[in-house]
Design a protein around this ligand. Sequence first.
Ligand code: KQY
Length: 367
Amino acid sequence: MAVPLSTTPRADGFAMPAEWAPQAACWMAWPERPDTWRLNSKPAQIAFATVANLVAEHEAVTVCVSYQQFALARRMLSSAVRVVEITTNDAWMRDIGPTFVRDARHEVRAVDWAFNAWGGHRGGLYSPWDADDQVASKIAEIEGVARYRAPFVMEGGAIHVDGEGTCLTTEQCLLNPNRNPDLTRIELENALCEYLGVETVVWLSEGIYNDETDGHVDNLCCFLRPGVVALATCTNPADPQYRISADARARLKAARDARGRVLEVVEIPVPQTPLSMTAAESNGIERAEGAQPRTAGTRLAASYINFLLVNGGVIVPQFNDPHDARAVAILEEQFPGRKVHLVSSREILLGGGNVHCITQQQPAKRA
Ligand code: KQY
């Protein structure tokens, strides 16, 4: 594996572009863990293939697959999708893939975060995670891009950027002692600035209620464009999500972005009826020692904010809830000129994430 660069993206003039910037490609991985995905992963594979095939209508997409699953994945994915053999522990490309950064000359490089399966031996979701931790470096090799190895634990779903110097994150995740117990808040903030090329970090408190990632921001809040964010909201004061969203809204309104702007907050309600895992779903998942228990009745962290931007499109989780149509209407208004697709996402949600969590965009070399 090529030796990582010894500098930082910021020192070299690199920064993470916003998700709406033109993309060269999208990366995904193939689900096959029986203790995450029910019924031999078949329903999840259909859902992942649907997302990959849809992304391929907009841009290049590569799916990383084990040698055992290669032939099956190849059959289920459209011929427009590139399939490569890369070993993973699970299929959360947002978190195990590289975060790409770009400079003013539009050279693209990869940031390879240290990964510990969302908490390592202090509440992480599975062990081992060594194959996942190598994915970013392997993708950098395939793409022939230089790589920075970040000296701290981070996941791509724990941040969102506006491409103009501002990063959103949550305290629940990044300040969690199960990620970087030796780093203070200021040290982490500086580390994000160095590796994402940002100047301002806006800290929200918690993520979506019962999100097993320890509150990834990519399920709660994201930028729609510079100065404007979308926030998952809840109108039922009896729901634990109500307080979390209200706190996030207050922090966003009090914040200033890197350009000194007050943020406009566009509210996208969470599903009207909270979603939970059924007994039939839970029974289809194998139990494994050290793996996250997936029990009947567990509240699922369903949020429309976990959408993905692709060139000319927006891919939005569908929950078969009255708020599906509202989320689409809001996103169509916010992204004129992009085609908004709803994709059936329950099988991805059962594994603890959604469309954004299973994808990672690679920016175009030219804007
Ligand atoms: O939120 C994400 N970026 C990933 C979700 C991971 C769930 C692990 N079971």
